[in-house]
Ligand binder design. Structure first.
Ligand code: C5P
Length: 222
């Protein structure tokens, strides 16, 4: 079987990473969570009191920053300059600010360069916002996952409650909608379905159903 590239894009909390991990595991491919890279940068920028609107200082820091993605049993470990920040990059502070550093052209150029080098030998499942449009424009399978804001907020809310985290459903709805708005309206590589991507509305689908649909697309190509 030839090793293909699979691009999975879509708005916040659409279940991209959940299904991407399973698809990667089914195929013994590498899973690359590009959102984790933007989150790691944002986390470090906050810790260093950088102005998140200041492209120059973000780029200068990014060029001296190592971001490592290591496979693990439950997905992926994120290393920031060799420190494990897997949990730290998921706080609501980072989540609510990450779209700001992600707007800048030169930040994105450096991230895309790194992402393309992770993917250069094929056999990857990559999720994000611009994978099908910019990072892997030649990916053999491109999927765009959709779900209503209400559905996405409810899923995240239930996840939080299950983990025993405090959670406010109405606030989650607002935060998800605001992040999608910034990600969709930015000038550089906005969140957008690639012309040749297959749209899957997951609102009324289970995780295995979404995985099956993607696996069917994969089997058409390998
Ligand atoms: O996927 P996740 O929700 O972790 O992504 C966090 C944020 O990183 C997104 O809201 C977006 O601002 C940014 N991002 C991006 N391009 C990607 C992946 C993530 O701009 N390919």
């Amino acid at each position: 079987n030839r090793k293909i590239s699979i691009a999975i894009d879509g708005p916040a909390a659409a279940g991209k990473s959940t299904v991407a991990k399973i698809v990667a595991e089914n195929l013994s491919y590498i899973y690359i969570d590009t959102g984790a890279m933007y989150r790691a940068l944002t986390y470090k920028a906050i810790a260093n009191n950088l102005d998140l609107e200041d492209e120059d200082s973000l780029v200068e820091m990014l060029l001296k920053t190592e971001i490592g993605l290591l496979p693990s049993d439950n997905g992926q470990i994120v290393l920031l300059d060799n420190l494990d920040v897997t949990n730290e990059i998921r706080t609501s502070e980072v989540t609510n600010l990450v779209s700001i550093p992600s707007k800048h052209l030169r930040v994105r150029e450096e991230m895309v360069r790194r992402q393309q080098s992770f993917a250069k030998s094929g056999g990857v499942v990559m999720d994000g916002r611009d994978i099908g449009t910019h990072v892997l424009p030649n990916a053999e399978v491109k999927v765009f996952l959709l779900a209503s804001v209400d559905e996405r907020a409810e899923r995240r809310h239930n996840e939080n409650l299950q983990k025993g985290f405090p959670s406010d459903l109405e606030k989650l709805k607002e935060e998800i909608a605001r992040r999608d708005k910034i990600d969709s309206e930015r000038e550089v590589a906005p969140l957008k379905k690639a012309e040749d991507a297959i749209e899957i509305d997951t609102t009324s689908l289970t995780i295995p159903e979404v995985v099956d649909k993607i696996m069917a697309l994969v089997h058409e190509r390998i």
